[in-house]
Design a protein. Sequence first.
Length: 257
Amino acid sequence: MPRRRRPPRSGALTELPPLKILSQIAALQAIYYAAALVLMFFTAAVAGNPFTLDLVFGWEAVRGDNTQGWLNGFIWCLVGGLVLPLSLTAIVQRSKLILDFALTTHFIHLVVVTLYTTPDHTLPRHTAWWLTMAISSLASYLLGSWGCRYRELQPIAFGGHGGGGGGGGNTTNTLIDNLTNGEGGAGQGDEEQGFITGGRGGGGGGRSKRGSRGDLGGDYEMVTMSGASGSGKGHGHGRSQSTLSQAGLGGPLQKAD
């Protein structure tokens, strides 16, 4: 007899497979650099400065002693505070993972700029660069978490399009109106007294239509009890007929044969 395979245990490997994580990191990093590349090229073209890859993959361009350095820092803050949170919300979609992916993106950028710097391959030495990356990381985490939580709290629609729900609500309201008012036009007095009848006074001979709450409005017969006196029968028959009439049940009372 072959051995039964055990079902896979729930955990990080099943919920977050490595290939999926790597693909998300690669997608975020590509969007991060693509947005920075477009903005750096646009600002360099407007300012009339030559465009080089050092503006994107280097750390010397972000500095606080000239206007161009401040502009480059602002671009990195814009990319980290606007483009990256939108990408995190669309790709990651889980608020508890936003911090990990945001820090991973900026850490990879730190490694890239360190390796790109030739020939020393040194860490960034400008305080403005570290301050810019700190602001960018914080903004991407806060705005990305807010975007994912906002998306997670959106109501989930069940049962197809909204038009079908409206039709169902109209049908329900129609059924409630029919049960309350009666299909034959029952009076308000019966409703106030707590009795709901259907079809009384609607030309149905005191009989209510089938399928409504007024099914009690049919014909009734009084069964003669053995051993009762004639006067008692008459009085009892009269009281029963009066009681049924006050209850709004309608229909004549007939003696059993």
